[in-house]
Design a protein around this ligand. Sequence first.
Ligand SMILES: [Fe+2]
Length: 179
Amino acid sequence: MFYFKQIEINKNICDELKTWCASNMQTNNVPFVLLDSNKFIQECPLFINWTKEQELIVKLVVGIKVNANNEQIETQTPHIDLMDNNRNVALNFPISGCEGTCTKMYKLIKGEQINVDLPDGTTYSKFSEDSEFKQVAQFYLTQPTFFNTSVPHQVFNDTDENRLSLSIRFESNPKRLVN
Ligand SMILES: [Fe+2]
């Protein structure tokens, strides 16, 4: 099972994405927001060149916000955010407030998965109240990270700063990179 892989990407590319996020990410407290991917593709040429080298095509661009001390109720339990099983690997970038926050990944050992199909074509899954999980992996989003969104996960933000990250989804999984 692929969980995550942290990779090196040129600082200029990471800075381009941070600058773009400063004026294009959600300013409300919604944890998961679909951003304008056409605008992203036009305005982030360094990153788009990198994706071409990797034979990746950008499909969706998502802003993920986990407020200080996991203030939003949706961020207080594990979830899955998935397009489909052929496109379950996202590339996540730290944008701000990521230091000291941890992403934990789990295996469901008891309880039920509840799938909610969203209008944008993605599926958000939560779990029944009686669910129990076993932790299978964890990472700190201190650098770009390929990440299996079909594994239940939760971000822990015990800091006093809101945590912003950018999640890029591709037309198909980056097999070359994650194997
Ligand atoms: Fe998520």
